[in-house]
Design a protein around this ligand. Sequence first.
Ligand code: ZN
Length: 151
Amino acid sequence: MNDVERFLAHAVQLEREAARRYEELAAAMQTLGNRTLHEFFSRMAHYSRLHLAQARARAGFRELPALAADEYEWPDGISPEIADWAGVDALMDARAALLLALDGERRGHAYYATMAATTGDAELRAIANEFASEEAEHVAELEKLVAACPA
Ligand code: ZN
């Protein structure tokens, strides 16, 4: 992909889906009575919305294209609409919730890293690298939480 606006439209969609998933996970943890993870997932939802706003701001004066569902081009398995996420249910335990969140962050990281590695556009590469390193931090944070959460 070499079109920055098109890339940012994908980033906005990816972050929007991430925020929704985190809100679902936060709700599930509230049902479970896990206050720590409820707060953590709520905070991650907030970060996703910030990231979404940041992606929009990156477009500056440029108009982001409004893409129809079938106009997005996601590399294999990266689609934020991926079926895994239909699996968020109110009875999921803390570890399952963290693993789902980790999976989502890994997909986000893979998407941005792939875009950075494959684009011929220097601006797109710079933004994608920046987003990829934020996702890498999220992945690391979740890996720590998973490791601390007994099976
Ligand atoms: Zn993230």
